[in-house]
Ligand binder design. Structure first.
Ligand SMILES: *[C@@H]1O[C@H](CO)[C@@H](O)[C@H](O)[C@H]1NC(C)=O
Ligand SMILES: *[C@@H]1O[C@H](CO)[C@@H](O)[C@H](O)[C@H]1NC(C)=O
Ligand SMILES: *[C@@H]1O[C@H](CO)[C@@H](O)[C@H](O)[C@H]1NC(C)=O
Ligand SMILES: *[C@@H]1O[C@H](CO)[C@@H](O)[C@H](O)[C@H]1NC(C)=O
Ligand SMILES: *[C@@H]1O[C@H](CO)[C@@H](O)[C@H](O)[C@H]1NC(C)=O
Ligand SMILES: *[C@@H]1O[C@H](CO)[C@@H](O)[C@H](O)[C@H]1NC(C)=O
Ligand SMILES: *[C@@H]1O[C@H](CO)[C@@H](O)[C@H](O)[C@H]1NC(C)=O
Ligand SMILES: *[C@@H]1O[C@H](CO)[C@@H](O)[C@H](O)[C@H]1NC(C)=O
Ligand SMILES: *[C@@H]1O[C@H](CO)[C@@H](O)[C@H](O)[C@H]1NC(C)=O
Ligand SMILES: *[C@@H]1O[C@H](CO)[C@@H](O)[C@H](O)[C@H]1NC(C)=O
Ligand SMILES: *[C@@H]1O[C@H](CO)[C@@H](O)[C@H](O)[C@H]1NC(C)=O
Ligand SMILES: *[C@@H]1O[C@H](CO)[C@@H](O)[C@H](O)[C@H]1NC(C)=O
Length: 685
């Protein structure tokens, strides 16, 4: 935004310099706050001959002078300038004349300046006043006016018509004048309200007569320091001293350049120039600074400026994107995709697409926050809802690893693993796009008060079984084993049908086939962390088994993995659970609902499985494959115990547990969709 303002500033400046200050290019364009248009100039080579001014820097602000004495207050390209001239006074007291001055001013006979005959009036103030102005314009010409008044009352503010005040015009072409002011009766009889006469040449629009101008404290009196008062005067200037017709004969000397026209001065000899219709600029300058087509030129500058600005900005953005893309391993990924010919499974999103999908990463779109980064809900143009994970800064050295994981994950197609749809590498941190799982985390469902009772034992066992299946798949069925490294209830998502989806592979590691363990920086979540891994730093597939064991215990007990309310030794859920088992207190630690819904043998079996997962020594733990198979078996037994019973028992069992089943009827119906259940039901019938 800053640079946009800069651009507009620049454009304004260009516009301003084109139509306001129009000094010769490369020349100082102002003295103090007075701008100096060419043909005037204050440096050698910056002005036309005879148009040089002096800028005196000893004043603050610096003052601009003509002929060393006239301070120029303003110059316009339209042929005018402003200066000050002195007031003539003639004063009396009872004993006679006390003061009399007759100022003389000359702008120079060969100079470009003349006193404007239309912009100024010769003005006299007083009640016993005769004022004369002798103007020089080749010959001398004297004119003047007289002013009288029959006392204070006859004078009217604002009226300068001979009563207390009189005015007259001056002739054309005057480059100098002398003013004389005199009285007929030495102001006798008037001294109390009008002791002085004043006369001066003044800019028409700067004068307004007032009664107080007559008094002893008139503003036209000398100041306390004794200096004569000055009044503003308008000057005309012209290119001296030929007419247009004469001037055009000598093209080198002719002042009107480019698209300009010439017109004769109406105030003395000389001519001036104007830009032709539709052009603006300085008619006395060639090309740069000279007359230009106005609207189109401004538009042109604007369009070119904008084009350059946006072009540069876009280019910079593109460069940045490309840099991030490289930095994030985009090329590596592209290479992988092309070489493996499976590009269809992962889409590379552009930064804009995801910005649009998340409403520019709006706060309201945040659905999760954690050590890994932030997860946003996104809506793609085809109305697909996705979860977009904005990772924390990725260590550059891990880029290759990261890309590998993205690539591997993109190929995992498992019902219980959150599907990675694509990624975006144009941003500083890589963005991952996942399918959107609507019903929150398992942790929420187990621990959040509002969900606590919603998960039946059956659902819990199914979720455990699904999770175990997914982990088993990751460990054994992918082309390169993947250790999840952060298995926990918060990383197991549930969809609308409460189907488990293992998520967050931010910490996951690919393990080359010839290795069964790798040494890494210990990473994981407290309460789920494999103690053996914690002590040795040796990551094996059994670390995930341990963490899964904790999740299983969470599902059985409804307790959190770390609980400060328990005694020191039992603070960790795994310790607490194992101790309880050892002390035969299993049914005291299980969640009530589980005890109510479960079959003692099955519950004990699941608890024993959990206990084995939680073995301190990794090698004593079952593999994820075993766990998955065992859970699947247990689950089937819990759901449909009659399969393993004889038919008579089946009837009684069905009768006994029908209430339970009715309660969860919908869940059975849903589960019946799975292949195993179907066959089990068919066998049962
Ligand atoms: C120049 O500055 C003075 C005082 O700083 C101000 O009164 C005057 O109007 C300014 N003139 C122009 C042309 O800006
Ligand atoms: C500037 O003004 C000062 C004071 O009026 C004067 O002494 C000096 O000579 C002037 N300088 C120029 C270059 O005119
Ligand atoms: C009149 O003015 C003169 C000169 O300024 C002075 O000497 C004289 O005292 C004044 N007379 C009166 C009556 O004020
Ligand atoms: C005009 O007046 C000035 C001074 O008042 C004088 O020097 C000059 O000679 C006069 N010129 C003519 C042509 O009378
Ligand atoms: C002013 O006018 C008086 C007579 O009214 C005359 O005597 C005197 O010389 C005049 N002074 C000047 C400077 O013209
Ligand atoms: C005005 O005063 C002057 C002297 O200052 C004197 O010579 C003259 O006679 C006076 N005129 C009148 C009309 O008083
Ligand atoms: C002029 O007359 C007004 C009243 O009409 C009065 O207030 C003022 O003081 C008088 N001015 C002088 C200079 O006598
Ligand atoms: C212009 O000025 C020159 C002297 O600088 C003079 O010889 C010439 O006659 C003037 N021309 C006109 C048209 O006034
Ligand atoms: C035209 O003007 C230039 C510059 O003022 C001068 O040097 C030249 O002699 C002039 N030419 C004619 C033909 O008057
Ligand atoms: C989440 O699951 C519960 C239990 O099955 C269900 O009642 C609820 O509607 C689900 N919520 C959403 C948003 O699907
Ligand atoms: C949930 O189950 C219903 C009915 O079985 C099915 O139509 C729907 O697609 C399932 N939803 C998901 C996300 O699998
Ligand atoms: C169960 O799945 C297997 C392959 O996964 C298939 O061969 C079998 O027909 C399926 N059984 C039923 C009942 O759908």
């Amino acid at each position: 935004m800053g640079s946009l303002q800069m651009l507009f500033g620049l454009l304004l400046l260009i516009a301003a310099s084109a139509f306001d200050t129009t000094s010769k290019p490369g020349c100082p364009d102002r003295c103090g706050n007075v701008s100096i248009p060419y043909p005037f100039g204050i440096k050698e080579g910056c002005s036309r001959k005879g148009f040089d001014l002096v800028c005196n820097d000893t004043y603050t602000p610096p003052k601009l002078f003509w002929a060393g004495v006239f301070e120029i207050l303003k110059i316009t390209l339209e042929g005018q300038a402003n200066v000050h001239t002195y007031v003539a006074s003639d004063c009396y007291n009872e004993t006679g004349s006390t003061e009399s001055n007759h100022p003389f001013m000359s702008l120079g006979i060969h100079g470009p300046f003349t006193f404007s005959n239309t912009g100024n009036k010769f003005t006299a103030i007083g009640c016993d006043t005769q004022a004369y102005i002798t103007a020089s314009y080749g010959s001398n010409f004297t004119t003047g006016c007289m002013s009288f008044c029959g006392g204070n009352v006859s004078v009217i503010d604002g009226l300068c018509t001979g009563i207390g005040c009189c005015q007259t015009s001056i002739p054309q072409g005057a480059w100098g004048f002398r003013i004389k002011v005199n009285s007929s009766h030495n102001h006798s009889g008037l001294l109390d309200f009008n002791p002085c006469s004043h006369a001066f040449l003044i800019a028409d629009d700067q004068f307004k007569f007032s009664k107080s101008d007559l008094s002893a404290r008139s503003k036209y009196n000398r100041d306390p320091a004794g200096n004569y008062k000055e009044v503003p005067v308008v000057l005309d200037w012209a290119i001296w001293n030929e007419t247009c017709e004469q001037a055009k004969k000598n093209r080198t000397a002719y002042a009107c350049k480019g698209f300009s026209t010439c017109y004769d001065s109406t105030n003395g000899p000389g001519y001036r120039c104007n830009c032709s219709n539709g052009y603006e600029g300085n008619p006395y300058l060639e090309l740069e600074g000279g007359c230009k087509g106005t609207v189109s030129s401004l538009l042109f500058v604007f369009i070119v400026g904008s084009w350059l600005y946006w072009g540069l900005k876009k280019r910079k953005l593109l460069q940045l994107k490309e840099k991030f893309f490289r930095q994030n391993g985009g090329l590596l990924l592209q290479q992988q995709i092309t070489s493996h010919r499976v590009g269809a499974t992962i889409k590379i999103f552009s930064a804009e697409e995801l910005e649009r999908a998340t409403n520019n990463y709006h706060e309201t779109r945040i659905i999760g926050r954690g050590g890994y980064g932030t997860v946003y809900k996104g809506i793609l143009p085809d109305h697909t809802i996705v979860a977009i994970k904005k990772s924390k800064i990725v260590d550059e050295t891990q880029i290759e690893q990261f890309i590998n994981e993205v690539f591997i994950l993109s190929q995992i197609i498992h019902r219980n693993v959150v599907k990675l749809l694509g990624c975006c590498l144009e941003t500083q941190v890589p963005l991952l796009v996942y399918e959107f799982i609507s019903n929150g985390t398992l942790s929420d469902h187990i621990h959040d008060e509002t969900h606590s009772s919603s998960l039946s034992l059956e659902n819990r066992l199914r979720i455990a079984s699904e999770t175990a299946g997914a982990l088993s798949y990751l460990h054994f069925a992918t082309s390169i084993p993947i250790f999840h490294r952060d298995v926990k209830s918060a990383n197991i998502l549930l969809d609308e049908n409460l189907t488990a989806k293992v998520a967050d592979f931010g910490a996951s590691r690919l393990v080359p086939l010839d290795q069964t363990q790798i040494t890494t920086l210990v990473q994981g979540t407290l309460g789920y962390l494999d103690p053996e891994y914690f002590h040795t730093g040796q990551l094996t597939e059994k670390s995930d088994v341990y963490s899964f064991g904790v999740v299983l215990v969470e599902l059985l007990t409804g307790e959190k993995p770390i609980c400060m309310n328990r005694s020191q030794e039992e603070r960790s859920l795994s310790m607490y659970f194992v101790t309880s088992l050892k002390e035969q207190r299993l049914f005291q630690v299980l969640e009530n609902r589980i005890v109510d819904e479960g079959d003692v043998d099955q519950l004990v079996a699941v608890a024993e499985l959990a206990k084995r997962c939680l073995k301190v020594k990794g090698e004593e733990r079952p593999s994820m494959k075993e766990v998955a198979m065992e859970l699947e078996g247990l689950r089937r037994a819990v759901e449909h115990p009659w399969v393993q019973q004889n038919l008579e028992e089946t009837q009684t069992l069905l009768g006994e547990t029908s209430e339970c089943y009715n309660e969860n009827g919908s869940v059975i119906g849903q589960d019946s969709l799975t292949n195993h259940t179907m066959s089990a039901l068919e066998i049962g019938r």
